[in-house]
Write a protein that binds this ligand. Structure first.
Ligand code: FAD
Length: 306
């Protein structure tokens, strides 16, 4: 697209909408339906840029059910399709189900991106792409004031400004230990996690598929019954520190098992041949075997010390 054919050059508009995600596109659609002149700008090169980066786990959490008891495109079908944008024209309604490959009720990132692109095309949404909003100033004038929107393409003036820029800053909720966790935004690309062992800790019904699929899964003490039955282990309390203690105990148990096996192998390997050759009397053999067993039990009892 050449500069002369790009829509919405800098200038004055009643409304300026920033963003070409679902928010910006849906607002633009509604403004046009209501006959309100406006400009839409976006730093992205095409609709749905958010879904080229997120979610990391490749699929949305909101479903679209291609096979539903209501016909696609009807008002009642919207309950089964949480990802299509809303429109009055039949050709722009319920677009998401037709773009899914049928392997999941949850659209993949590319399927969601296609959904937004197709909606923009079918609904005739015009967007000035590659135009980055850099600053905003408030203006007060006799006509009721408004905004000056500074962009990489120049200045826009608008009475009303719609900012649909999504997650501008990754949000970290306050909480004890939050500073110790990796932020979702810092997670590496999904493929770099392939081939690793996964520990899943969870409590809710929505955690069940991951608990069932993880290499090791642990349910919290207050978890739902379904989560508990899907997990390999259940914490008896709700304290995360119990999990750290459990790992410590598991490591000590393993070390003591190895010690006992080494001792039993050495003892039996060294002493049994003497007994078999009759070089040790039965009384000393019985005493030696009992002492060895006692040693193994006492070594194992060390696990009961905190
Ligand atoms: C990790 C994650 C997972 C999610 N999963 C789901 C899900 O499964 N289901 C669901 O329904 N919702 C999900 N959401 C929420 C959903 O993505 C958002 O609610 C939705 O995308 C918001 O739409 P939006 O148009 O407001 O913003 P966005 O989709 O984020 O779009 C923002 C737009 O603003 C533009 N923009 C940003 N800054 C500038 C700038 N300075 N100048 C110009 N343009 C700019 C961007 O280029 C983009 O076009 C998820 C969100 C995140 C973060």
């Amino acid at each position: 697209m050449t500069e002369s054919t790009r829509p919405f050059p800098p200038g004055s508009y009643p409304v300026v909408v920033i963003g070409s995600g679902p928010g910006g596109i849906q607002v633009s659609y509604a403004l046009r339906r209501n006959g309100i002149e406006h400009a839409v700008i976006s730093e992205d090169p095409s609709p749905g840029g958010m879904f080229r980066r997120w979610p990391h786990f490749q699929r949305l959490l909101s479903w679209t059910k291609p096979h539903a008891p209501e016909p696609a495109g009807s008002r009642a079908y919207e309950r089964y399709d949480w990802n299509s944008l809303l429109a009055d024209e039949p050709q722009a309604r319920a677009l998401q189900p037709g773009l899914m490959d049928g392997t999941s009720y949850f659209p993949s990132r590319p399927e969601m991106e296609q959904n937004l692109g197709l909606f923009a095309e079918r609904a005739g949404i015009a967007i000035r792409y590659g135009c980055r909003w850099t600053a905003t100033r408030r203006i007060d004038d006799a006509e009721g004031g408004g905004f000056v929107v500074e962009t990489t393409d120049g200045e826009y003036r608008a009475r009303v400004l719609v900012v649909a820029v999504g997650v501008a800053e990754p949000y970290s909720p306050p909480g004890i230990g939050m500073e110790l966790t990796h932020h979702y935004a810092d997670v590496r690309p999904a493929e770099s996690y392939a081939g690793h062992r996964v520990l899943m800790l969870g409590d809710g019904v929505n955690d069940v598929p991951v608990l069932a699929g993880a290499d090791i899964s642990v349910a919290m003490g207050s978890a739902t019954d379904l989560a508990k039955t899907s997990a390999d282990a259940v914490l008896l309390s709700n304290r995360l520190s119990s999990l750290v203690q459990a790992f410590g105990l598991a490591r000590r148990t393993r070390r003591i098992i190895v010690e006992n096996l080494v001792w039993a192998s050495l003892y039996n390997g060294l002493v049994l041949p003497f007994a078999a050759l009759g070089w040790i009397t039965p009384i000393w053999a019985a005493l030696g075997m009992s002492a060895s067993s006692l040693l193994v039990v006492l070594n194992a009892l060390r696990l009961t010390r905190s």
